[in-house]
Design a protein around this ligand. Structure first.
Ligand code: SAM
Length: 459
């Protein structure tokens, strides 16, 4: 194939009022702007697309265009390495480092061409118009046209080959997974990161009935799972009456590891938005929910209100939380790199760095050190997080245990919760990854990456 050449701007590339108003153009511009914010400024996609506090250009779009922007960005990030490889092959030389806006516009268009149900001609045409109407991109309009037209022509053959050859992750992340899990399991984890995950529900009772009502299956742990949402969760049966809450199957396990807590006083430290708080209250505990974030605690209150569940809510840094009486049990679901949730949050590996992992592990250690002082002698504490990185999990916990006499490990037993036996490590930690699951049925495969350990306060 003849490689596209960079074409210089001519007068014909100046924006016209027609090009500025072209239907769909603003949606692509916003998508490219948000992609820049994620990849270059490490902003979180959920924050940027928050309906109340998100990026202003995004919030100015109507609901349909907002969903298209989200769909473009989910695909662009979920397949970022593959798109990068396919674009690089169609360019004569790498894009200059200062051509970030061009790179983002190409990625947004390629995501539509390769992964979304948008007509190819519309994706190409809008990207070219976008280039012509942006002073930073106008001189590249010819290149955008040539690269994207070429991509459309070859995609049937080139996409499967690129998917097979590309590791779908930034190098730092794939290398850390390799070190922790080995090449084969890393490949399986990264393959799961490309797929849209199912939706899991924790139900208050009668999982079988709710599986039928929602059109899903019951996993061995009791979680109800459906393949995908056809509309908002608030349209599903059982939402109004608070019969269930959305919670990944792995996220439902740490609270269960506290065992029978009916009638006991339990602290849920790092509680918001409250999925695990709801489990603890539903299990019959008198729960104190503590979190640093006012806005996240507001969501926790709203969630508990819908579920008609009640907890004492405390806004505090848990390092400064000094209750009058010690707790019978504690759950601490600590802030982490969230690398176990990449299937749902494909921006995570592109917004986090190895330095973040080290900093978060140090914060977790500090939170855990204070949390154990709030526990009654003989009481149990479960520490959990949704990171795949052992620095935030196994290594942090082992180092803490080696240096403290205040608590000891209470190993998790493989048969104490149905369905978890393959997730329990030889030392008695819980470790899940997206490559794990509950059997070979397609809907039973995969769950978020989680780490959990149970400790007991020295009597
Ligand atoms: C992984 S989220 C918790 C998810 C929650 N347990 C659930 O199941 O819905 C971590 C939480 O820790 C909170 N957090 C972070 N640092 C904290 C601190 N120093 N003290 C209290 N909460 C903190 C964050 O605001 C965030 O809500």
């Amino acid at each position: 194939m003849s490689r596209p050449k960079v074409r210089r701007t001519t007068g014909e590339n100046r924006p016209t009022s027609e090009s500025l108003d072209k239907p769909g153009l603003e949606t692509r511009r916003v998508a490219a702007k948000l992609l820049a914010a994620v990849v270059d400024a490490h902003a979180s996609l959920d924050g940027l697309t928050d309906p109340a506090n998100g990026q202003p250009n995004f919030r100015a779009l109507d609901a349909r265009d907002r969903s298209l922007v989200r769909a473009i960005l989910m695909s662009a990030l979920r397949h970022r390495s593959t798109i990068e490889a396919l674009l690089a092959r169609r360019l004569e030389r790498p894009l200059p480092a200062n051509a970030r806006a061009l790179s983002h516009a190409l990625h947004v268009a390629a995501a539509q061409i390769l992964f979304l149900d948008v007509p190819d001609s519309a994706a190409v045409d809008l990207a070219v118009t976008q280039a012509k109407s942006d002073p930073r991109l106008a001189r590249f309009a010819g290149l955008v046209n040539a690269v994207l037209r070429n991509l459309v022509r070859v995609k049937a053959r080139a996409l499967p080959a690129a998917l097979a050859q590309t590791r779908e992750a930034p190098d730092w992340f794939a290398e850390r997974l390799d070190q922790a899990y080995g090449a084969e399991k890393t490949a399986a984890i990264l393959a799961m990161h490309r797929l849209e995950p199912p939706v899991d529900f924790t139900v208050r009772q009668d999982p079988q009935r709710w599986a039928e009502a929602l059109g899903g299956i019951v996993l061995p742990t009791g979680t109800v799972r459906i393949a995908k949402l056809e509309a908002g969760v608030d349209t599903l049966p059982g939402f109004e009456e608070g019969a269930w809450w959305v919670q990944d199957a792995a996220a439902s396990l740490p609270a269960k590891l506290l065992g029978d807590i009916a009638g006991t006083r339990v602290a849920d430290l790092c509680a918001a938005p409250g999925g695990k708080t709801a489990q603890l209250i539903h299990a019959g505990a008198d729960v104190t929910a503590v979190d640093l974030s006012k806005s996240r605690l507001k969501r926790l209150s709203e969630n508990l209100k819908r579920l008609r569940l009640d907890a004492k809510i405390v806004e505090s840094d848990i390092r400064k939380f000094e209750p009058d009486t010690l707790f019978d049990a504690i759950l601490i679901d600590a802030p982490c790199s969230s690398t176990g949730t990449v299937r749902r949050h494909p921006d995570v590996p592109w917004t986090k760095t190895p330095e973040d992992i080290e900093k978060l592990a140090a914060l977790q250690r500090a939170l855990l050190e204070h949390a154990v002082t709030l526990l009654k002698p003989g009481g149990r504490l479960v520490f959990s997080n949704c990171s795949l990185d052992p620095v935030e999990g196994e290594a942090m916990l082992n180092a803490f245990l080696a240096e403290t006499s205040e608590v000891s490990l209470d190993p998790i037993k493989p048969d104490e919760i149905p369905g978890i036996n393959t997730f329990v490590t030889p030392e008695g930690f819980l470790r899940t990854t997206p490559a794990d699951g509950f059997g070979e049925a397609p809907l039973a495969r995969g769950l978020d990456g989680f780490f959990a350990a149970r400790l007991i306060r020295t009597p």
